[in-house]
Design a binder for this molecule. Structure first.
Ligand SMILES: C[S@@+](CC[C@H](N)C(=O)[O-])C[C@H]1O[C@@H](n2cnc3c(N)ncnc32)[C@H](O)[C@@H]1O
Length: 322
């Protein structure tokens, strides 16, 4: 059996019998006026962060969500969109599609603004999306892509890139890990399907996105996720896994490489009112400007004693240099 078949089996089970501890998101359940998340959706929250960010969702974007789980994030996206077929949900597991379909009916009974037909469910594979080219404004996946091995991950990202409109956004949450994992962990199909042993270091994860062509990357959050300890897992050392929330934007690739925002800021504190690097970046005196890592590097290399560059906070929330 391939690891992809093992993954399908695992999520077939998780669709038929909700498994509260399957993934360990540390995000509190969203509370918004008039939004009620049914209990069953909370029990089937198999994500590892949130892909729902209000500022991505103005002007009724056409949305795609790959790997639907119990449907909680599709309901949250619908809260902002409220249009028939406004959110298309794709999943490869029939039982998961059926479970989420039932959950949307419960959500409809509990939320007077929601109609099940706001979400259009389609059977399909992240590696071969049943979606036309250049038709989606915001695409999302939560805790699925980390399961994929290198070639499949590349394929899944290429598929998202293909279906997004120019300047469209891919919003994601996945576990990441900065430590080496041994081959026994890496090749354990069940641990991989459980989102425990496929995760990459952040730099590699970002590179997988920029290699496919996404010109702008935003790292929006970085949080503790899980521990793999020698008593319970085939590892000699304790392994610390985090989860991140990332947006990849289908902007053209700049000639000098992608703009990757990891939460750095530049502050000019010199004698003038502002500092202009004549490359499009104006730093007003004593006002932090969010900068991508490329701009942070370029400003740092000027060697000035009146510009401070902060470390990455991994909490970028908009604005800034590019
Ligand atoms: C870890 S769960 C995440 C579910 C949901 N995103 C959430 O946050 O609760 C992974 C989801 O991806 C689906 N899935 C697994 N392999 C897939 C594939 N190749 N293509 C599309 N969906 C897939 C599973 O059925 C399951 O719904």
């Amino acid at each position: 059996m391939s690891y992809l078949e093992a993954t399908n089996d695992l999520y077939r089970e998780a669709a038929l019998t909700p498994d509260v501890g399957l993934c360990c998101t540390t995000n509190p359940i969203w509370e918004l006026p008039g939004l009620k998340i049914p209990k069953i959706m909370q029990e089937m929250n198999y994500g590892c962060g949130s892909t729902v960010h209000a500022r991505d969702l103005s002007n009724n974007p056409k949305m795609l969500y790959v790997g639907v789980g119990g449907g909680m994030e599709l309901l949250q996206f619908s809260y902002f969109n409220r249009q028939k077929g406004g959110v298309v949900g794709v999943d490869v597991v029939d039982e998961m599609l059926e479970a989420s379909r039932n959950n949307f009916k419960i959500a409809e009974a509990e939320n007077d603004w929601f109609k099940s037909d706001f979400v259009e469910l389609r059977k399909g594979d992240a590696l071969n999306l049943p979606i036309e080219d250049n038709t989606i404004d915001v695409a999302a996946q939560n805790c699925l892509f980390n399961i994929f091995k290198e070639e499949d991950l590349k394929r899944a990202i290429e598929e998202m890139y293909r279906v997004l409109k120019p300047h469209g956004k891919l919003v994601m949450s996945d576990p990441t890990c900065e430590q080496e994992m041994n081959d026994t962990l890496r090749n354990d199909d069940r641990l991989r399907a459980l989102c425990l042993s496929g995760s990459l270091p952040i730099e590699q994860y970002v590179k997988a996105l920029t290699d496919v062509g996404f010109g702008t990357i935003e790292i929006r959050a970085r949080k503790p996720y899980r521990i793999l300890d020698p008593k319970n897992y085939p590892t000699d050392e304790l392994i610390y896994i985090e989860s991140i929330e990332v947006a990849a934007i289908k902007d053209p690739m700049p000639e000098d490489g992608p703009c990757v925002f990891t939460g750095k800021a530049a502050i000019y504190f010199g004698n003038e009112d502002y500092f202009d690097d004549n490359k499009g970046h104006v730093l007003l005196k004593n006002q932090p400007l969010a900068v991508c890592d490329k701009t942070a590097g370029a400003l740092g290399s000027l060697g000035r004693d009146d510009i401070f560059i902060s470390e990455s906070t991994f909490h970028y929330d908009g604005g800034g240099c590019c």
